[in-house]
Design a protein around this ligand. Structure first.
Ligand SMILES: *[C@@H]1O[C@H](CO)[C@@H](O)[C@H](O)[C@H]1NC(C)=O
Ligand SMILES: *[C@@H]1O[C@H](CO)[C@@H](O)[C@H](O)[C@H]1NC(C)=O
Length: 293
C-alpha cells in the first residue's frame, strides 16, 4: 500500500505528459472532426445580438460529447447560422489536468454546467425555452438537467446525434480511450482523469439513474439520428430512445451509402438535413443520399 499512491501519481503524470505531447493530427481519428486543441472560432456562434424571428423563435444550443469541444460543431453550426438560427455553444466539462479538451468532468457536473449556460442564453435572449442539439454525451446531459436539476419546461425540442442514451459497452470506451492515446484497459489510469467515461458504460449507476422511469422527457419533442457504423457507442441502437412520440432514425436507412461513424456523423450532410428537418418541420426536405450533394 505504501507505494500505491506514488505509482498512481506517476502513471497519471506520464499520461499527462504523453497527452500534452500528442499533436492533434496524430490522433488516429478523422482530422476533419476537429476535436480539440484547435484555436479556430465558429463565426456567428454565441451572438447575443442575433434576432429571433417567428420562423426561428428559439435559440439553438449545441452540446458536444465526452473528451470533445465546441469545435465539434464546425460543420453544423455555420449551416444553422446561415439559415437564420441563433446558435449557441460552449466547451463544457473542462478539467485543468487535460487542457484543451472538454466533456471530462462527472456527467452530473456537466449537466449542471450546460443548464446554467442554457439559463444564461434564455435570460440574455429573453425567452423561456431553447432547442438543443447534442452529440454523444451531449445528447443526454439535457435529459439529466430536465429530470434531476432545474431544466423542466425549458426545452422545446431535443435532437440527439449519436446520443449515448443507453450507455456503451467497454468496447466503445476502449475505442475512445485508444483514439485519445489513453492506455486502455487501465481503467485506474483514465478514471481519475475522465470520470465521465465509466459513467457512460451501459448499466452504470449513472445510466440506471438517467433512464429510471423512462427514456423520454415529457413535454419535449425528441428525435435521434444514429449510425450503424458506430464505433464508440456499442451496440449502436443504444443511441435510440424508447417512448411515445420519439423519432429514431438510422443514417443508413436514409442513405445506404453513408459510411460515417461516431465522429464523422458531425460532418454528414444527411445528418445535417435530419437536424434541419427536426428543428423546422415546416421546411423539411427528404434526408437522403441527395442531401450529400
Ligand atoms: C421580453 O419578452 C417579453 C415578452 O415575452 C416582452 O414583453 C419584453 O418587452 C421583452 N424584454 C426585452 C428587454 O426585450
Ligand atoms: C445490462 O443489463 C441488462 C439487464 O440486466 C443485460 O441484459 C445487459 O446484458 C447488460 N448490458 C451490459 C453491457 O452489461
Amino acid at each position: 500500500m505504501k507505494f500505491a499512491l506514488p505509482s498512481a501519481v506517476n502513471a497519471a503524470a506520464a499520461l499527462l505528459l504523453s497527452l500534452s505531447a500528442i499533436p492533434i493530427h496524430s490522433l488516429p481519428i478523422n482530422p476533419a472532426s476537429s476535436v480539440a486543441l484547435e484555436k479556430h472560432t465558429i463565426e456567428g456562434l454565441n451572438n447575443y445580438n442575433c434576432k429571433l424571428t417567428p420562423v426561428h423563435p428559439r435559440p439553438v444550443i449545441l452540446l458536444h460529447g465526452a473528451t470533445l469541444t465546441v469545435y465539434s460543431w464546425s460543420t453544423f453550426a455555420p449551416e444553422l447560422i446561415k439559415r437564420g438560427y441563433c446558435v449557441f455553444g460552449l466547451t463544457y466539462g473542462k478539467n485543468k489536468k487535460i487542457p484543451g479538451f472538454g466533456g471530462l468532468t462527472p456527467v452530473e457536473d456537466s449537466a449542471r454546467e450546460i443548464g446554467a449556460f442554457a439559463d444564461e442564453v434564455m435570460r440574455k435572449m429573453n425567452v423561456s425555452q431553447v432547442d438543443i442539439v447534442g452529440h454523444s454525451q451531449g445528447g443526454i446531459l439535457t435529459r439529466y438537467w430536465i429530470k434531476y436539476l432545474d431544466g423542466a419546461g425549458k426545452v422545446y425540442r431535443h435532437i440527439g446525434i449519436a446520443p449515448i442514451h443507453h450507455g456503451t459497452t467497454l468496447n466503445g470506451i476502449a475505442t475512445l480511450t485508444t483514439a485519445l492515446g489513453l492506455f486502455y484497459p487501465f481503467r485506474s489510469v483514465y478514471e481519475p482523469l475522465i470520470p465521465s467515461l465509466s459513467q457512460l458504460l451501459a448499466n452504470s449507476t449513472f445510466m440506471q439513474t438517467l433512464n429510471a422511469g423512462g427514456d423520454t422527457s415529457p413535454g419535449v419533442i425528441e428525435s435521434n439520428i444514429a449510425t450503424k457504423y458506430e464505433d464508440i457507442i456499442t451496440p449502436w441502437k443504444s443511441c435510440f430512445q424508447h417512448g411515445p412520440g420519439v423519432i429514431n432514425a438510422a443514417l443508413q436507412d436514409l442513405c445506404t451509402l453513408s459510411l460515417d461513424e461516431h465522429l464523422d456523423i458531425l460532418h454528414s450532410k444527411v445528418a445535417l438535413q435530419f437536424v434541419l428537418n427536426q428543428l423546422d418541420p415546416s421546411t423539411a426536405k427528404t434526408a437522403s443520399c441527395l442531401s450529400l450533394l
